[in-house]
Design a protein around this ligand. Structure first.
Ligand code: ZN
Length: 506
């Protein structure tokens, strides 16, 4: 019996690896499309990708997989949930069941609604016309409700959608964590907004030549541990990270000569994502033990390097003299302390993607509360703009002058990505919990960062997070690594400790 189970498992894994091979080819086509594809080649590329994704979908929903899983699900091989074998069976089973619960007619309908939704969203933004977008958004939310019903959920439809991005997460727990985050951050942001000290932000908007930005960004990405022999950094308008194979991780950034931050912190952010992928076990590529846990955990790795390392005093004590060599005209005679203050400036703003480390999460909390209310039927899509503006006034003390700077700013809902937003804030929360634990275990982490020695932290992340693959759920991993349940407290404390002295408030 055991022998037969082992044989079945081997077949299941070989099949999953073959699907992963196809997916990696699809990713390569997608990466090329977003970086180097000539404009006229778009239509044929879309055909190539559609062809491959149809093929992949048929493979992933093949009845044979269901038969293998029926045999393995209750077998002794599946008993230890956190072992490589147990996690492989559990996760492939989860993926298979989610896919086969959606009839292909529904998937097509949702695809059509979101393609139209995105087109209409683009137009609505140009014309500041929420009313024109409203019927499309109503349709999308109604389909997402249907999708949640098909998948099933423990207590509310939002659970099912959240679970797609953050497996195992429950809405009520996430709501509680984000509430804690809000009650810690809102007063901090208000205190800073009222104080009379200002960050010297003009330092960041001087002339930063593109070639020098590129050289400095590459140097920093390599220094923190992004492996350029197993990855590349290219240029795109919307930065991203995509892995095309076990030893091939592609990240991108964009350069703006009048702004230092977007390229540099974007590079650190994507390098953090890339280092997670590069830290996964290569021999498990294509199988759950060689796969990232969730979007939130992925985001924790990018935010940890971007914010907790990249916006720390120690980081700039090390890197500021190097930055001065790269940008002599902009930075000669300046002090690292001023530069460090500038990259930590806090100011309530309307646009999420331009928000600072402290206010960012308030933008997310607003989106989470609104999409949850729409999904449950408590809030009508028609009332979204007003509810949006009310919350911005309440949480950030500002109100959008138009829907373009308000409810129309993000692509997510038009693309059917409902339940996605909280993963950004969960990433921040996880990152702070992990970082606090790394500080405890590594002892002199601040000294290491000050010396530019990032290897101990990177190896700690490799060991504790990356190499575990998908053998744990996100909250289990947090508990396992830190000995604590999910908590916003380390993040709030970390920000208070950094920002209050900078603003002369402590
Ligand atoms: Zn990210």
């Amino acid at each position: 019996m055991q022998d037969r189970h082992h044989e079945t498992l081997a077949q299941l894994c070989a099949d999953a690896r073959e699907t992963a091979l196809l997916e990696s080819i699809e990713s390569l086509l997608g990466w090329d499309e977003r970086t180097y594809l000539p404009p006229a080649a778009g239509a044929y590329r879309a055909e190539q990708i559609t062809y491959l994704s149809g093929w992949i979908h048929r493979r992933r929903t093949a009845p044979q997989i269901g038969e293998w899983l029926d045999e393995l699900r209750e077998s002794p091989l599946a008993a230890d949930l956190h072992s490589d074998t147990g996690a492989t069976i559990r996760e492939l089973d989860r993926e298979y069941r989610r896919l086969v619960k959606l009839p292909s007619s529904f998937v097509e309908e949702l695809t059509r609604a979101t393609v139209l939704g995105q087109q209409c969203w683009t137009e609505a933004r140009q014309k500041n016309d929420f009313a024109g977008f409203q019927p499309f958004l109503e349709r999308i939310f109604s389909l997402k409700r249907e999708q949640a019903e098909m998948w099933g959920y423990p207590s509310e439809p939002y659970d099912a959608l959240l679970d797609d991005f953050e497996p195992g997460a429950e809405t009520a727990t996430v709501a509680q964590t984000l509430d804690g985050l809000r009650s810690g951050l809102a007063p901090l942001v208000a205190e800073i907004a009222e104080c009379n000290r200002q960050a010297p932000c003009d330092l960041l908007t001087r002339h930063y030549p593109r070639a020098a930005q590129q050289a400095f960004g590459d140097e920093a990405a390599a220094a923190i541990g992004f492996d350029f022999s197993r990855g590349r950094l290219d240029i795109t308008h919307h930065p991203f990270c995509s892995s095309l194979g076990p030893d091939d991780c592609r990240i991108t950034t964009r350069y703006d000569e009048q702004h230092f931050s977007s390229a540099f912190f974007g590079t650190l952010h994507e390098a953090g994502h890339g280092m997670y992928d590069q830290g996964l076990r290569t021999e498990q590529f294509g199988l759950p033990p060689g796969t990232y846990i969730s979007l939130g955990i992925h985001e924790s790795q990018s935010r940890l390097w971007e914010n907790l390392v990249g916006r720390s005093a120690e980081f700039w004590q090390h890197f500021f003299p190097i930055a001065q060599q790269h940008f002599p005209a902009a930075l000669a005679g300046e002090r690292w302390e001023s530069f460090w203050f500038a990259v930590n400036a806090v100011r309530p703003s309307l646009i999420r993607v331009e928000a600072d480390e402290a206010t960012y999460n308030l933008h997310i909390i607003i989106r989470f509360q609104l999409e949850r209310a729409v999904l449950s039927g408590e809030l009508a899509v028609a009332d979204l703009p007003q509810a949006w503006n009310d919350r911005y006034r309440q949480y950030l003390g500002i109100e959008p002058p138009s829907d373009v700077d308000g409810v129309l700013q993000d692509i997510h809902w038009s693309a059917g990505l409902v339940g996605y937003f909280p993963t950004y804030s969960l990433g921040n929360v996880y990152a702070a919990q992990f970082f606090r634990q790394a500080e405890k275990e590594l002892g002199d982490l601040p000294d290491q960062l000050k010396r530019g020695d990032f290897a101990p932290l990177k190896q700690w992340l490799n060991r504790n997070i990356h190499q575990r693959g998908r053998c744990y759920r996100a909250v289990e991993l947090v508990q396992q690594v830190t000995g604590q349940p999910l908590s916003a407290e380390p993040m709030i404390e970390g920000l208070r400790n950094k920002l209050l002295p900078l603003y002369g408030l402590a």
